[in-house]
Design a protein around this ligand. Structure first.
Ligand code: ADP
Ligand code: MG
Length: 328
């Protein structure tokens, strides 16, 4: 007999509760808020063929499903507390479930976040997660708080940069080539993103505005500019890039850096007087940061290119309904 719905939940997703008053198994989970703090809540849905390829390793999928949600908490400067998990599974595949749970809980434990409930149904493979975190009142990093004159910063792994996840996708689609071992590094960016949770928390009180990069730099920056009523000048040469991406043809390099998607880095603005504080926050968080431009009073996005030209650029990011999309 295949494993039933409740046995599946019990075997792969139920663990002793820590922070929750009541966890998996009842109609609701019960959580006691920390007095004086606000909840930060966010959800993300990942659908096979759209957000991940069918050949993804189950542990990588478990990791990424939670990572993209933790990235939203990071962008608000919140401390992760709990999450719920919505699963649609085509069949009960125990090897898949074990791998998925391993990847999911490894990242959950690394960030001290606890699974407190969810829903499980049969259907085309999809993973939805809602994360809950806490943040002191008025200290959440928001999209609407950028100011003209701010520096624009982006986080990244030391020696790496933006656009690797997009480069990996282009390689999988046979539109780019990255040889063997180098491709493993690029693919890692796509499948194992590291949410910048520690940096987000350390930027509270330092950064003005923040967003996490999920749909590409220019589109996500566009959200900040629009919500804050300002413009920006991006210094193309200052955009951090991996050695694998840096050696790609110009057009692909521009696409990956400016429109990549799936980066899960923090894009944030901070006053010039905070440069040392930003660098210290990054060092304490074990990540690199690059200053990639500045915010301007005039609306719109301008890109300063290495040849000295500056051009205006539309701030269009990936849109599931408006963008061209091909099955992967
Ligand atoms: P209900 O019918 O009341 O919605 P369910 O029968 O769907 O409850 O779920 C039983 C318990 O298992 C609930 O506590 C629910 O939160 C939990 N649960 C269901 N699916 C998951 C999952 N994928 N991950 C974690 N907990 C889950
Ligand atoms: Mg239910």
């Amino acid at each position: 007999m295949p494993l039933g719905e409740f046995d599946l939940i019990a075997r792969y997703f139920t663990r002793p509760t820590r922070r929750a008053v009541l966890g998996i198994g009842d109609d609701c989970a019960l959580l006691a808020p920390t007095p004086g703090l606000q909840w930060a809540v966010s959800s993300d849905l990942l659908v096979e063929g759209r957000h991940f390829v069918s050949t993804v390793a189950p542990n990588a999928l478990g990791h990424k499903s939670l990572a993209v949600n933790l990235s939203d908490l990071a962008a608000c400067g919140a401390t992760p507390v709990a999450f719920s998990l919505m699963l649609a599974l085509p069949r009960v595949d125990e090897a898949f479930l074990q791998g998925f749970a391993d990847g999911l809980f490894a990242l959950a434990d690394a960030h001290g976040i606890e699974l407190v409930g969810g829903d499980t149904t049969a259907g085309p493979l999809a993973v939805g997660i809602t994360v809950m975190g806490e943040v002191p009142p008025a200290q959440a990093l928001r999209r609407d708080a950028a100011r003209a004159g701010d520096d624009l910063w982006v986080s990244h792994a030391p020696g790496r940069g933006l656009g690797d996840a997009r480069l990996a996708l282009e390689v999988l689609r046979d539109r780019a080539a990255v040889p063997g071992e180098a491709f493993a590094r690029v693919r890692r960016a796509m499948e194992w993103p590291q949410p910048r949770v520690a940096l987000g928390q350390r930027l509270r009180g330092i950064a003005h505005a923040a967003i996490d990069l999920s749909d590409g730099l220019s589109g996500d920056l566009g959200h900040v500019l629009q919500r804050s009523g300002v413009g920006a000048r991006l210094e193309f040469a200052a955009l951090p890039r991996s050695p694998e991406l840096a050696t790609q043809p110009d057009a692909l390099l521009r696409t990956c850096l400016l429109e990549g998607g799936d980066d899960y880095e923090l894009l944030f603005s901070a006053p010039r007087t905070a440069r040392a504080a930003v660098r210290q926050a990054a060092a304490e968080s074990g990540v690199a940061v690059s200053c990639i431009g500045e915010l301007l009073p005039e609306r719109g996005l301008r890109v300063a290119w290495p040849d000295g030209r500056t051009t205006a650029r539309a701030t269009r990011g990936f849109d599931h309904f408006a963008s061209d999309w091909e099955p992967t």
